[in-house]
Design a protein around this ligand. Structure first.
Ligand code: G3P
Length: 215
């Protein structure tokens, strides 16, 4: 499973990259707005830190507008993935950008049929938002199971990029299903590694060692 960070914060991206486990980054207009920086400069900075795919979302809503914006974004760095919303115009834009060799992440997916359509349009990644489905008392993880089955049935190469991850169990469940990518907030990335029994176990080992051997 690939680990992507769902953030536009350079400090968070640097910290995750330092661990050597960062496979990519996803941003969206809300995450970018939090950084209060020039979008293009921010993307350049992110792409300098992260070699893997960096999703940059368009804000146009027509196919022509998305394609125009996507082409500009794709010029920023080789690893830019253009993110388009899962609406009719976005699907049309996805086909065009993919035909030009640009990687495309189709975002705001909330149903298996939407995922099927994105795969048929040649999406590089599909982004199902599981946390937002959970928020409305719908099983977000069931969507991942359904998409995995559909993509496997037809050998679609589109990667399932699980988004709107809220806690470490979401990552475990997505990994058990065989999702290709989990994009997560920095907090979840940190939580995945931590375990109180690891900390208390290490403390005991070191205390016992010091008791026998001194400092
Ligand atoms: O990048 C999109 C997605 O991960 C957003 O998550 O927590 O705002 O639903 P959230």
């Amino acid at each position: 499973m690939k680990f992507f960070l769902d953030t536009a914060s350079i400090s968070e991206i640097r910290e995750a990259a330092a661990l050597g486990l960062l496979d990519g980054v996803t941003t969206n207009p809300s995450l970018v707005a939090k950084e209060k920086k020039d979008f293009r400069k921010l993307l350049v900075e992110i792409c300098e830190v992260c070699d893997g795919p960096v999703s940059a979302e368009v804000v146009e809503t027509t196919c022509d507008g998305m394609v125009r914006e996507g082409r500009e974004l794709a010029k920023i760095a080789e690893n830019i993935t253009v993110k388009v919303p899962l609406i009719k115009e976005g699907i049309k834009a996805c086909k065009i950008l993919r035909a030009e060799g640009t990687k495309v992440n189709v975002t705001l997916c909330f149903s298996p049929n939407q995922a099927l359509i994105a795969a048929k349009a040649g999406a590089t990644f599909i982004s199902p938002f599981i946390g937002r489905l959970d928020d409305i008392s719908t099983d977000g993880m069931q969507l991942i199971r359904d998409i995995r089955t559909i993509y496997d049935n037809y050998n679609f190469p589109t990667e399932i990029l699980v988004a709107s991850i809220r806690h470490p169990l979401h990552v475990v469940e997505a990994a058990k299903i065989g999702a290709d990518v989990a994009t997560m907030p920095f907090k979840v990335f940190d939580q995945m590694l931590a375990h109180p029994l690891t900390d208390s176990g290490l403390k005991k080992f070191l205390d016992d060692w010091k008791a026998q051997h001194g400092k």
